[in-house]
Design a protein around this ligand. Structure first.
Ligand code: ADP
Length: 945
């Protein structure tokens, strides 16, 4: 059956035919074989019987020969059997079984003995008559020959019934014929049968195919009989009825679904349209908010400009008594605080409107943190707080980031820490989380020992306008915006901010940001002056002690670290012969002041001349100087690493007193004094002041008067155009926001008119109260040369005017300096800072920096000129940026500002503006180089002296 599997793949009709023929043939074959076998067997028996009879008869004919013993006669009788073709041989034995005569009829007949052996007959005359068969055709017959009842002999006939073959052949031929006929008959019958049986099946197949192809379930099969096939057709039709019903249901559901989808799509489209409309409204609202912001900023800054500017002038008026000066100071301080709040609100709104962008540039983390602390040190010290800065050496790295915004966050966190701490310390720590070469994660922590924050408020204080509770506002003031802005800024820089705090114990604000390492800025190596020296450090604040000790150790110093004046005295008393190379003492220790400890040290002959450095809080003025002031110096807290190194090196090598330099006014105070005295001498003498606001006009006039500048006022843009046409001015101060013709439009008209009339270009300084990012770009696009943001100081106005001052007549001796002109090209604060970093024994740092700056700035200027000619604004921007950085490093602030303008102008691809700025940069750089010459020459003179 397994071999018949192939048949299953054939059509049913052929299968049926094959099975029928197969069955018929097998049946016929079996019948034929049975019949033929019977025929053959009966024929064999009748042939054998015939031979037996023949043998017996011929045997009886030989009785005479046997009795006479005449074999010849017997042979004659036997030869009569030769007529039968089946007989092979006949043998006659006598009564004793002895061979009497043998007649072979076949040439291949065996001998009588061989025949007896073959048939296993031991004695041929023994047994009675028998017929034995072997195979189908071999036969052996034995018949006794009787004579008178006595056995006279025995006859043996050996035969092969070859006649049987003929019979079998004939039967086979007949059988084949019968099979053939049967096959034909069965085939014909099967075709008939197949028609009868397969018709209903084919009918169902046809219906199934039609349903499949047409998907029409209403088609039905035709019933032809009431047999099983009829039932099958009925079942099939019933199934089709069911399917038709389902199909109809399905179609109904589908159409319902489609209707619902169409309805929903329509509703969705409506919703999308609504959302787009809402988005448009939101964008319009956001734009309106931005404009409102700009307007409010303008509206608030404009009176603020008046308030701050006028009070600044008032504070510096000479004829005020101390009470009036106090009032003026209070107004100025309140105004400054108000401006801070306005800036916060503006920052916050800018962040919310997504308008705040980071300005990425290289800076030093240590300097940034130390600068920020410098700003707040006074506030901390006036509350008696210790302000500490712990930055490990591996953080002394130049990085790339938005220093301005990072400083803003730090100042906010440290400012808060100082505000909410009554006693103890405020500490800022910076740690580098990895040593990655390209980017590093820096973690900043500001810890205080202040009032702390309840755990449930730790998250909410980062929300805008959130304060811990109402009493906070009452007691400490504030808007609740600082932390929200800090959070946004930190997130903008890709970091996270958080706080851990315990009420009554203190808080730790922390944030981590990833900054790119700036490999281009090489860190200065400190000289090994301090290596191996022994320094006695006394500080009662453990953190400060730890930080200063770490700095000392990092320079190879062997420090003796002592926690109080009493301990220090004990150690000094215990070994009078012990020597230290220097003392570093906290100036304001709680138990016994640092100054009295210093005096006690100076009283000991062995330490009378040992260098002594007192660390002091800014507000604390050193009282009585300990003796040997030539070997004593002060340094303000929080201690800057670079300053500590410079002071100690200077004290220990030159032995010169740095007291005087340190006790000079702080850089900020110094600069304001310098600037105020110098500001009265502007080289610009005549200015057109375009301003519609009477207070601002009055203020600007007063400021200009203060600078020795004559001003002509115009109330509107139109008036400015008229005045410019009939008069000559060195500079125009242009308010940007004016009714009708605003500052931008007026400037455009002026530039067009100058172009048409072939007039020289008059520099225009924009005065804007807006503080949005695109202000500068708008000003430059309109054709303005510089911009001042309201409220501005006298110093800023002076610097702006100076940048347009005509070239000074230079003498052949480049060291001759006009103090009111060239020297102002450099910010003295920066020069002082550079000088403070001067290491004893080394060549003059300012001279070295100046020698580097000269060729470097010249190359950059040359390159900038090439970029302008080639109109390669990208190259121009990066060159202007590089010149800005190196110029501000050396203190050339005005030049740096011009470079900043050039950088911004490159961004807006304004060639004419770039050319104008470039000319001014060339002139300003010459001024800077002359100022450097003078400063360097004065250094050399003092060194020689
Ligand atoms: P402001 O200080 O102007 O109120 P901030 O956003 O800077 O706004 O701070 C929000 C609130 O968080 C503060 O009002 C104060 O309640 C709490 N806070 C911030 N810093 C500290 C701190 N160092 N210690 C205790 N509370 C703090």
């Amino acid at each position: 059956m397994i071999q018949m599997r192939w048949i299953n793949s054939l059509p049913l009709a052929i299968q049926l035919r094959v099975f029928l023929m197969y069955a018929a043939c097998v049946a016929l074959l079996v019948a034929s074989i049975l019949y033929m076998s019977g025929e053959v067997l009966s024929l064999r028996e009748s042939l054998s019987a015939h031979l037996f009879t023949l043998g017996t008869v011929v045997g009886e004919n030989t009785t005479g020969a046997l009795a006479q013993g005449d074999p010849v006669l017997a042979q004659k009788a036997l030869l009569t059997m030769g007529g039968d073709p089946n007989i092979r041989s006949v043998t006659l034995y006598d009564a004793h079984g002895k061979l009497f005569v043998n007649v072979p009829f076949d040439a291949q007949a065996s001998s009588p003995d061989a025949v007896l052996r073959d048939w296993s007959i031991p004695d041929p005359a023994a047994d009675g008559p028998f017929i034995r068969y072997r195979g189908l055709i071999r036969v052996h017959i034995q018949a006794p020959i009787l004579l008178g009842g006595e056995r006279a002999g025995t006859i043996h006939v050996d035969a092969e019934l070859t006649q049987l073959y003929t019979l079998v052949e004939r039967s086979l031929a007949l059988m084949s014929l019968a099979l053939l006929i049967a096959g034909v008959v069965v085939y014909v019958l099967s075709i008939r049968l197949q028609r009868i049986l397969l018709f209903p099946v084919n009918e169902l197949l046809r219906v199934a195919r039609e349903v499949r192809e047409s998907k029409d379930f209403s088609v039905r099969g035709v019933k032809h009989a009431n047999d099983e096939f009829g039932d099958l057709t009925d079942g099939f039709n019933a199934m089709l009825v069911e399917l038709e019903k389902r199909d109809m249901n399905l179609r109904r559901h589908q159409s319902e679904l489609e209707t619902r989808v169409t309805e929903r799509t329509a509703r969705l489209n409506e919703a999308v349209a609504g959302a787009q409309m809402a988005l448009k409204h939101a964008e319009a609202a956001s734009r309106a908010k931005g404009e409102f912001l700009a307007r409010m900023s303008h509206e608030i800054r404009t009176p603020m400009n008046g308030v701050l500017g006028m009070t600044e002038l008032l504070r510096h008026a000479t004829n005020l008594d101390s009470r009036q000066r106090g009032y003026a100071d209070t107004i100025h301080n309140s105004g400054t605080a108000l401006l801070g709040i306005i800036n916060d609100v503006l920052d916050f709104s800018k962040i919310e409107a997504g308008k705040l962008q980071l300005d990425i540039a290289p800076f030093s983390i240590r300097e940034l943190v130390e600068d920020s602390l410098d700003i707040l040190a006074e506030r901390a010290h006036s509350k008696g707080l210790e302000l500490l800065c712990d930055i490990p050496l591996d953080v002394e790295t130049a990085v790339c980031g938005d220093a301005q915004r990072l400083r803003q966050v730090l100042i906010n966190l440290v400012g808060n820490a100082i505000k909410f701490t009554e006693r103890g310390e405020v500490k800022i720590e910076v740690n580098r989380a990895d040593n990655n070469d390209t980017h590093s994660l820096f973690r900043f922590e500001v810890t205080d020992s202040g009032v702390g924050i309840k755990p449930e408020n730790c998250a909410t204080i980062f929300e805008s306008f959130a304060q811990e509770d109402i009493s906070t506002t009452r007691k400490y003031g504030g808007t609740g915006l600082g932390l929200a802005i800090s959070k946004e800024l930190v997130e903008l820089m890709g970091g996270q901010i958080g706080v851990v705090s315990t009420p009554g114990v203190g808080s730790k604000f922390h944030f981590s940001i990833q900054l790119a390492i700036d490999h281009a800025t090489v860190r200065g190596q400190r000289a090994a002056v301090l290596r191996g020296t022994r320094i006695f450090l006394v500080d009662d604040n453990s953190t400060s002690r730890k930080i200063v000790a770490a700095h000392l150790k990092s320079w190879g110093v062997v420090p003796t670290v002592v926690r109080s004046s009493a301990n220090a005295i004990e150690i000094l008393d215990s070994d009078a012969t012990a020597r230290w190379d220097a003392f570093v003492i906290d100036g304001q220790m709680s138990a016994r002041g640092g100054v009295s400890l210093a005096t006690a040290i100076r009283c000991r002959p062995s330490h009378a001349a040992t260098p002594l450095l007192l660390m002091s809080k800014i507000s604390a003025t050193p009282a009585a100087e300990p003796a040997a002031t030539g070997r004593t110096a002060w340094i303000s807290k929080p201690v800057r690493r670079s300053q500590l190194h410079a002071r100690l090196s200077s004290l220990m090598t030159s032995g010169q007193s740095s007291t005087s330099s340190v006790r000079r006014a702080t850089p900020v105070q110094m600069s304001s004094i310098i600037s105020l005295s110098q500001c009265r001498e502007s080289r610009i003498k005549r200015v057109l002041l375009v301003e519609d606001n009477p207070v601002n006009q009055e203020l600007a006039q007063a400021m200009l008067r203060e600078l020795g500048v004559e001003s002509v006022s115009a109330w509107t843009g139109e008036e400015a155009l008229v005045k410019l046409a009939v008069d000559r001015f060195e500079v125009v101060l242009m308010d940007c926001q004016m009714p009708k013709l605003d500052g931008y439009q007026t400037t455009r008209r002026i530039r067009e008119w100058e172009h048409r009339a072939g007039r020289d270009r008059t520099p225009i300084i924009a005065v804007t109260a807006n503080a949005l990012n695109d202000d500068a770009a708008r000003c430059f696009q309109a054709g303005m040369d510089l911009y001042l943001s309201k409220p501005f100081t006298l110093e800023q106005l002076f610097q702006a005017l100076e940048s347009f001052a005509p070239e000074m007549e230079t003498t052949t001796d480049s060291t001759v300096l006009n103090p009111s002109a060239d020297s102002l090209a450099l910010d003295e604060r920066v020069v002082i800072r550079i000088r403070e970093m001067q290491r004893p024994g080394n060549s003059d740092l300012l001279v070295r920096m100046s020698n580097l700056y000269r060729p470097n700035s010249a190359t950059l200027i040359e390159r900038a000129g090439e970029f302008i000619r080639a109109q390669d604004y990208r190259g121009l921007a990066s060159t202007a940026h590089a010149l800005k950085s190196s110029s501000s490093n050396i203190g050339a602030t005005a030049l740096a500002d011009l470079c900043k303008s050039l950088e911004e102008c490159a961004d807006s691809a304004n060639r004419r503006m770039a050319e104008t700025l470039f000319e001014r940069i060339v002139a300003e750089q010459a001024r800077v180089l002359r100022a450097l010459d003078v400063y360097c020459a004065s250094t050399c003179v003092s060194a020689t002296a």
